[in-house]
Structure formats: C-alpha cells, structure tokens
Design a protein around this ligand. Structure first.
Ligand code: FAD
Length: 404
C-alpha cells in the first residue's frame, strides 16, 4: 500500500503530545491512520519541563488514562520521581505529578505507537492542506507528496511560523534545533480562518556535575509513590531521583535587570501574549519588584544524564546575562551551560472557530488539537488530541461525535 494511492481515514499532522494521543485514539477506534511528523525521533518530545501532571494538570492525565489514552502509561513507565502535590488539603485537591526521563518518554511513546494497529508513520513536513470546497481532502508535504484523507487533525504545536528569540537574536524555528512549519497558516487564512500570535519560553539546561547541591534543599519524591495509570501495566516507582530547591536573590535580580534593554520581552520585539500565566524570570522580577527571592527547582532530566532543567528560571535574555546572573544563585557558582533559555512566538487559531468535537466550523472533517488552539501544556494538548482522534474516527464511521 503506497502513500500515493491510499486515502487514509485520518491523517494526523504533528507527532507531539496532541498528535500522539490523536493517532493512538483514531487507530484504536479502527480508523486507518497516518501520523506525519517532521522528525520521527522527536515523537512526544517534551519541549520544556520533563514533567507530567501537577496542580490542575494531574487529573487530566488520569482522565486521558480512563479514556484509553497512553499519556499516563508512558509517564509511569518513564518516571524518575512521583509526588502527590497539595496533600495537606482534601483529596479533591490532590494533584499527581511525575518527573520523567525526557529521552525515555519520547522513546516509550514511539514504541507504544508502533505497537498500535491501523497506524502508519511518515516523516515529512506538511506545508499545505488540500480542499474540495469547504471539505478537507488531504495534505501536501515539503517533499511534494499529496496524501489523501477523509479527515485531517492538525496538531502543529509551537511550530507554525515559529520564531525563536534569545536577547537580540531572532531566528525561525518550531523548538530549539528544529525548523518552523510554514504554509498551513497561510492556507487556513485563505479559507477565512482568524490566526493570532502567542509566545512562551523555556529556562536554561545545565550540567549537574557543575552544581553544588550542599547549598540547596533536597526535594525527594513521595515515600509511597502512586502512579497515573489505573491499568496494571505499570507499577509505582521503587527508586527515585531527587530534585533540589534553591532561590534567586537581589544580586541575581540586578544582574538580570542589566539585560532588560536587550530583552525581546521588554524592547518590544515580542508583541504576542503568553497562553496563560507562565512567567519568565524577567517577568517575575519586573512584576513583583518587591520580592527579594524566587524559587528555582533543580530538576534532573533523566536516570542516565547529568543534564538539569532549571525550573523557575525561564528567560529569553541574552546568553551573557543568563550566564552572569545564574552564577549568583546558591549552588550555581561554577555552572556549565548545556543550552540557554529562549522564547518562542508562533501562530495559533482562536478556538471559537471550533465545534465542541474539535472539528473546525469553516472546514468539514478538519480538526485542531493542542497548542494550535491557544492552550499550553502537554496534558491539555494530549487530552485534546485524544478527543480529536476519537471524533475524527467517529466522523469517518458516520457515528455521533463525543463532545466535551
Ligand atoms: C520553548 C517552549 C517553552 C514551553 N514552555 C511551557 C511551559 O512552561 N509550560 C507549559 O505548560 N508548556 C510549555 N510549552 C508548551 C508545551 O511544549 C506544549 O504545550 C505542548 O508540547 C503542546 O503539544 P502539541 O502536541 O500541541 O505540540 P508540540 O509538542 O509542539 O508538537 C508539535 C509536533 O508537530 C510537529 N509538526 C509541526 N508542524 C508540522 C508540520 N507542518 N508537518 C509535520 N509535523 C509538524 C512537530 O515536529 C512536533 O513534533 C513550551 C513549549 C516551548 C516550545
């Protein structure tokens, strides 16, 4: 069976958290599904924090699990630490959170998808959509293929006309080290869609061997860790890695302020707004100028790596400012950088253009899920992907849709 003469039931564009759940859901519903993504090595890549769940998010992962999605299973299988947050409050407030091994997470997702029946894979970039009047009929790719489908789910994340900012530098990209996606926004705007711009950011990653943990507070996982999935295919962790807590201070804040005039957030180069309050460190010291310190969580990126995610220090300030300021945080005096923090701007489509089944109002059989809808977070993206996958399959099977 060739890509050239197959009409798929469902094509999923993008193998992020939304796309992976969408592909799994539609294939498990019996729909012949093709997942097209730019890089098959990066399936369900965690663009930012290597963690799932947390307050207002953990229950989403459990709901995905209850509906047959894979996010909870993958998280359990790749977790390096589990914590039930909000335990001092009543059970309705408890929020499961797991720190995951970033590399194993992507690997596990790919294995689970490869073991899913009815699911084909193809690595390419979709750069256009095919229509017959107001109905989608397939996609066009950068390599020039036209692939036909009865339904298409677009889950392009932060990639649509993505623009990365670090200090004065700006360059195209959907995520650090990966190209932006062009063509889809333009085709949709031609069809009458309203598009907008949003921004988000990520902190530096550093070498854990260069940190002094004796100056930080250890944050171990729970003594009796739970898990996300209700299924017996996963087990609670028997060993865990600790995170550590340290703080910024007035000296760090002064050093960061030195870079404000070169910051894309403050010199007007970034005009878009964040999808929700997910502030950069420069935002925090600017808005809460009276605060003498902010928390910095030092989080391992996996079992077998020394790389550390510096949670709480998201920034798009110039590299020299990031480098200078972070050294004044206790424990970071001799830090070595692996990757600098950056901000990214991307296109999204206001979700008022969707029906409750996540199908677009303007184009029949075209669905959107994930960050493209102006939301943020792996969990929200995964939940939308699952719903879009289920509904695309139901549409093909001419059955009633499943709405939120
Ligand atoms: C720098 C940065 C910082 C972030 N910070 C936070 C944060 O602090 N908190 C938070 O909750 N969330 C954050 N996020 C967002 C989080 O990563 C996303 O919410 C989540 O990954 C969205 O999932 P998604 O599936 O919609 O998109 P993504 O995970 O972005 O996946 C999109 C996938 O689609 C593929 N793709 C895109 N376009 C095409 C195309 N045309 N053809 C083929 N494949 C395509 C990409 O290769 C990728 O695999 C951040 C993201 C970035 C990039």
């Amino acid at each position: 069976m060739s890509l050239f003469n197959t009409t798929y039931d469902v094509i999923v564009v993008g193998g992020g958290h939304a796309g992976s759940e969408a592909a799994a859901a539609s294939a498990n519903m019996g729909a012949h599904t093709l997942l097209i993504t730019m890089n098959l090595q990066n399936i369900a890549q965690m663009s930012c924090n290597p963690a799932m769940g947390g307050i207002a998010k953990g229950q989403i992962v459990r709901e995905i699990d209850a509906l047959g999605g894979y996010s909870g299973i993958v998280t359990d299988k790749t977790a390096i630490q589990f914590k039930m947050l909000n335990k001092s409050k009543g059970p309705a407030m408890w929020s499961p959170r797991a720190q995951s091994d970033r590399m194993q997470f992507a690997d596990c997702w790919r294995t689970m998808l490869e073991q899913t029946e009815n699911l084909d894979f193809y690595q390419d970039s979709v750069n256009g959509l095919l229509f017959d009047g107001d109905t989608i009929t397939g996609v066009k790719t950068a390599l020039g293929l036209e692939i036909k489908a009865k339904t298409v789910i677009v889950t392009a994340g932060t990639f649509l006309n993505g623009l990365i900012h670090i200090g004065e530098k700006t360059f195209g990209g959907g995520r650090a080290g990966e190209g932006a996606s062009t063509g889809i926004t333009e085709d949709l705007v031609d069809k009458g869609f309203e598009a907008g711009r949003m921004k988000t950011g990520t902190p530096p990653r550093v070498d854990g061997r260069s940190l002094d943990y004796s100056k930080m507070t250890e944050q171990p996982g729970d003594d009796n860790p739970e898990k996300f999935s209700y299924l017996p295919v996963t087990k609670p962790l028997t060993k865990q890695r600790s995170c550590y807590l340290t703080y910024t201070n007035p000296e760090v804040h002064d050093l960061l302020r030195e870079g404000f005039d070169r910051s894309p957030m403050f010199n007007g180069r970034i005009k878009s707004t964040g999808p929700r309050y997910c502030p950069s460190v420069e935002d925090k010291i600017n808005r809460f100028a009276e605060k003498e310190r902010h928390q910095v969580f030092v989080e391992p990126e996996g079992w077998n790596t020394v790389e550390i995610y510096v949670n709480g220090f998201s920034t798009s300030l110039p590299e020299d400012i990031q480098d200078k300021a972070i050294r004044s945080i206790p424990g970071f005096e001799n830090v070595k950088f692996f990757r600098y923090g950056y901000a990214i701007e991307y296109d999204y489509f206001p979700p008022t253009q969707l029906k409750h089944n996540l199908e677009t109002k303007l184009i029949n059989n075209l669905f959107f899920a994930g960050q493209i809808n102006g939301t943020t977070g792996y969990e929200e993206a995964a939940a939308q992907g699952l719903m879009a996958g289920v509904n695309a399959a139901l549409k093909v099977q001419e059955k009633e849709c499943l709405s939120f």
